[in-house]
Ligand binder design. Structure first.
Ligand code: 6PG
Length: 445
């Protein structure tokens, strides 16, 4: 119902689009000056082009026609450092800039995505009604909220994608355990995932996973999944998420493992050669299939909580480091609908931050912490089985190790400190005295 003017650099696309809009109040523009002319002042313009250079090129082209007070929004998966740079440059010209994280893919674009806007608060307030109108709704609540200053919106979207990578990797590992470990067929896999989607694991990714296993190839009639090459591509937002987590010294090992496994998957020819020379254990499952499936469901649920815990801990640290002022409850609220990582669990996550806005880690929420801990014994059995079978499950493993590490009052990092001091005189701190110390380790006793 909103009146909008639209422009695409390819005129034929705009004409094709206009044939589909029917009676909607959409006005086409066939040049950028024409578009700018059509929009009411102070203008609000949403740019949806591929991240990177295309955003800079569009901004450069638009700039001469804009007036101070106009507002630009970048709805792509831009890197947050680029967003900071662009908002500074545009602010010097009196223009406001909103880095608008958008999730939901083609379906979201059409029926309502999850929106993660960041930038000047005043600019957000101006476009809030527009964004609320186009956002996905959960129980009537729009999946949009102000994420914070500067590049907060694009940062939140980047971490969304990091979590997305983690969750996809975990689902892929459960698939591997059920396919190579238990010998389940595509139909059986579809049943399992559809069943899991009925309970605590209900999520968009679970739903589409069940559907994927049901799909047959039009030509051969075989399950389509078996015809798809086992090499994952990536545009890079998951990698950026890991990368910045490392810069901030926030551990996000499940997300890191997901990035690494996409990398390993892409070396397909090399893996095939290695499979002929590097022998692994003989696979044989002797046990109760149902028991294993229940354990696997629990391991997946606990790992899912851990993946969100890592991403949200990163957001919390980033918010302080980059002065975003992110409200994690608002993040959970926005992620509940329209986006790729939407899941039933996000209601509990939202409740956790509602109860305690400064919660350092989801694992410290009494409810979610219990949910994880009560599943660890089944989770350990799944990981042990994966090790015995030689099936790589780094996401499930490192999520468990994260819990074990996080709940360790003592970690062996004292040895690392001693080694650093030994070879590089980097000094160390002591438990029994204040200050920094160095030992001449080579000195004879
Ligand atoms: C979303 C998706 C979206 C896109 C990713 C895919 O939230 O709608 O995350 O942003 O599909 O860029 O990422 P990769 O190509 O890196 O897997």
């Amino acid at each position: 119902g909103l009146r909008v003017a639209v422009y695409n650099r390819t005129e034929a696309r705009t004409r094709e689009f206009m044939r589909q809009v029917g009676a909607r109040p959409i006005i086409p523009a066939y040049s950028l000056p024409q578009l700018v002319e059509l929009v009411q002042k102070p203008r609000a313009i949403l740019i949806l082009v591929a991240a990177g250079l295309p955003v800079d090129l569009v901004l450069k082209e638009l700039l001469p026609y804009l007036d101070p007070g106009d507002l630009l929004m970048d709805g792509g998966n831009s890197h947050f450092i680029d967003t900071n740079r662009r908002s500074k440059a545009l602010a010097r010209k009196g223009l406001s800039f909103i880095g608008l994280g958008i999730s939901g893919g083609e379906e979201g674009a059409r029926y309502g995505p999850s929106l993660m806007p960041g930038g000047p608060r005043k600019a957000y307030d101006r476009v809030e009604p527009l964004l609320q109108a186009i956002a996905a709704k959960v129980n009537g609540e729009p999946c949009v909220a102000y994420m914070g200053a500067n590049s907060a919106g694009h940062y939140v979207k980047m971490v969304h994608n990091g979590i997305e990578y983690g969750l996809m990797q975990l689902l892929a590992e459960t698939y591997d355990l059920m396919k190579r470990g238990l010998g389940l067929t595509a139909e059986e896999l579809a049943e399992v995932y559809a069943g899991w989607n009925e309970g605590e694991l209900a999520s968009y990714l679970m739903e589409i996973t069940a559907r994927i296993f049901r799909r047959r190839d039009d030509e051969t009639g075989q399950p389509l999944i078996d015809l798809i090459a086992d090499a994952a591509k990536q545009k890079g937002t998951g990698k950026w998420s890991s990368w910045d987590a490392m810069d901030l010294m926030v551990p996000t090992p499940t997300i890191d493992a997901a990035v690494a496994m996409r990398g390993l998957s892409s070396h397909r020819t090399e893996r095939q050669a290695a499979s002929l020379v590097l022998r692994g254990p003989q696979l044989s499952f002797k046990g109760q299939r149902q028991t294993f499936l229940q354990r696997l469901r629990k391991a997946l649920y606990a790992s899912t909580i851990v993946t969100f815990a890592q991403g949200l801990a990163q957001l919390r640290e980033a918010s302080v480091a980059y002065n975003y002022g992110v409200n994690l409850e608002a993040v959970a609220q926005v992620w509940r609908g329209g986006c790729i990582i939407r899941a039933r669990l996000l209601e509990d996550i939202r409740a956790a931050f509602h109860a305690r806005s400064d919660l350092p880690n989801l694992l410290l929420d009494p409810h979610l912490g219990r949910e994880v801990v009560s599943r660890t014994s089944d989770w350990r059995k799944v990981v042990k089985a994966a090790v015995d079978w030689g099936i790589p499950t780094p996401g499930l493993m490192v999520s468990l190790a994260y819990v074990d590490g996080y709940r360790s009052a003592w970690l062996p990092a004292n040895l690392i400190q001693a080694q650093r001091d030994y070879f590089g005189a980097h000094t160390y701190e002591r438990l029994d005295a204040e200050g920094t110390f160095h030992t001449d380790w080579q000195k004879e006793e």
